[in-house]
Write a protein that binds this ligand. Structure first.
Ligand code: BES
Ligand code: MN
Ligand code: ZN
Length: 496
């Protein structure tokens, strides 16, 4: 993908598609008025007839217009300028990207109005727009013989003469790095368990580490046993596919700088184990490694952008399956930190994997930890399918993560972590049991994880809903979304 910027009249831009953003309920910008003039007043007439209202994510296509250079123009509604934020901008540009990528479209250009009334800078606007274009032209039909979606070769950003070229140029590079990272995450999550299992995931991570200049260490079963990660190993026991833990390191700063740990749940398939899921609930469980894939994707962007901080990524990779060797209800697992766990439900496996990963991070001088996991259906009951749940033992750190998400247009909401929820995890046999019962399931899961993070500043992000879209919508392809990659890169950038 090549991304470049130009200062030019819309009428002179050569592209297969030119996407032009317009606000609703306000006059056309000077650039759009010039385009309108070249089109003989067509845009003004369409506005008059309410065919071009400019409401959010409205699209109006103009084909083969005479007197202008672009082959086709897609007018894109952005809603009211003072209501536009990066989340709604993303929605609009994703809608446009999805519309113009249904057949081969080598070159796409995009022009957007000024950001004076909106709560973000032109650089932020362009970063988000480029990210949305590159993410929006990639689909989940990775096994189709007839492709349904086509990536752009070339993106041209049409800026205004008064814009700061240098700042926008840098933003385009960030936007591209983040988009590629999101697509890496999505591709891993969209691949089924026959192709992505702990060993093959680890191999992908190793390749990406080499490509982006990160160190990579892979723990096999023996090493995991040496590390006493018997909680993770317990989950893995029922599968023919051996578990792995991958540790990637990006060293962008000196030894005395703080280290951020990103920990991901990587259950490459979650059958539920002996507490077997019903068939309908199992269908999408190839996505249960989205936490690990998000961490891996974000690391590629962090490394590519050479962010000046130290980041360690840990991915706990297992398959949760049924066999004669499966861990069983009533089994007691001894986690890496010595905590004994009575298994009451083998489908609450993600927390057992993360327990050992988090304890490893806590023992290796993590200053800040974020873990990501498709951990609970209960989080979707609480917040719906589109909002990430946040849980923390440190309010300042949690605020930093939630604010970064909001500033990048991703939806995160904090849930409480009162100690009364931890009482629900008491076991009569072991130190703790792995489920809390009927109520507050997203929170009891978080309280379980908290037992393994020591004194570290920690935020847990439950991405069970937003990581994977049930069906396609105009602004979003079904399947993996790459949610939280933007946020992780932003959080890392702000720690420097
Ligand atoms: N991977 C699931 C959570 C999940 C469910 C993610 C639906 C995405 C969509 C997790 O391992 C799980 O099975 N959780 C159980 C926990 C329960 C047994 C306490 C759940 O949410 O039902
Ligand atoms: Mn499960
Ligand atoms: Zn799971």
């Amino acid at each position: 993908m090549a991304v470049q910027l130009i200062t030019q009249d819309y009428t002179a831009v050569t592209a297969d598609w030119l996407i032009v953003g317009v606000f609703g309920e306000e006059p056309f910008s000077a650039a759009v008025s010039d385009l309108d003039e070249a089109l003989g007043g067509q845009l003004a007439r369409m506005r008059e007839s309410e065919d071009l209202t400019g409401k959010l994510a409205e699209t109006v296509a103009l084909y083969d217009a005479p007197n202008i250079a672009p082959h086709r123009v897609l007018m894109l509604g952005l809603g009211k300028s003072d209501e536009l934020d990066l989340a709604t901008l993303n929605k609009a540009v994703m809608t446009a990207a999805r519309q113009v990528s249904t057949k081969e479209t080598p070159t796409v250009a995009i022009g957007l109005p000024g950001t004076e009334n909106s709560g973000f800078s032109p650089a932020d606007q362009w970063e988000a727009a480029v990210t949305a274009l590159i993410v929006g032209c990639v689909g989940q039909g990775i096994y189709q013989n007839e492709p349904q979606r086509f990536s752009f070769d070339n993106i041209t950003v049409v800026i205004a003469p008064q814009d700061d070229e240098e700042a926008i140029g840098a933003a385009l590079q960030r936007g591209e790095a983040i988009a590629d990272a999101i697509n890496i995450t999505r591709d891993l999550v969209n691949q089924p368990a026959q192709d992505i299992y702990p060993e093959s995931f680890a191999a992908e991570a190793e390749e990406l580490a080499a490509e982006y200049g990160m160190t990579c260490e892979i723990f096999d079963e023996d090493r995991l046993r040496q590390e006493k990660m018997e909680s993770l190993l317990g989950v893995a026991r029922g599968s023919e596919r051996a578990p792995r833990m991958v540790i990637l390191e990006h060293r962008g700063a000196g030894d005395d700088s703080p280290t951020l740990y990103l920990c991901g749940k990587g259950v490459t398939f979650d059958s539920g184990g002996l507490s077997l899921k019903p068939s309908a609930g199992m269908l999408d469980m190839k996505m249960d490694m989205a936490g690990a894939a998000t961490v891996l994707g974000a690391m590629t962007a962090i490394a590519r952008l050479k962010l000046p901080l130290n980041v360690v990524a840990m991915m706990g990779l297992v398959e949760n399956m049924v066999s004669g060797l499966s861990y069983k209800l009533g089994d007691v697992l001894t986690a890496r930190n010595g905590t004994t766990i009575e298994v009451h439900n083998t489908d609450a496996e993600g927390r057992l994997v993360l327990a050992d990963v988090l304890s490893y991070a806590a023992d290796h001088n993590a200053d800040y930890i974020i873990d990501l996991a498709t951990l609970t259906g209960a989080c979707m009951v609480a917040l719906g399918q589109d909002v990430v749940g946040a849980f923390s033992n440190d309010q300042t750190w949690c605020d930093a993560v939630v604010t970064a998400a909001r500033d990048r247009g991703e939806l995160v909401w904090q849930l409480p972590t009162y100690d009364l929820y931890a009482d629900l995890l008491k076991s009569e046999v072991a130190d703790v049991k792995n489920i809390g019962g009927k109520w507050g399931g997203a929170i009891t899961a978080a309280k379980f994880l908290e037992k393994f993070v020591g004194d570290c500043k920690w935020v847990h992000l439950d991405i069970a809903g937003p990581a994977f879209a049930e069906k396609s919508q105009p602004h979003q392809e079904g399947g993996a979304t790459g949610v939280m990659v933007r946020t992780l890169v932003e959080v890392a950038g702000r720690l420097t």
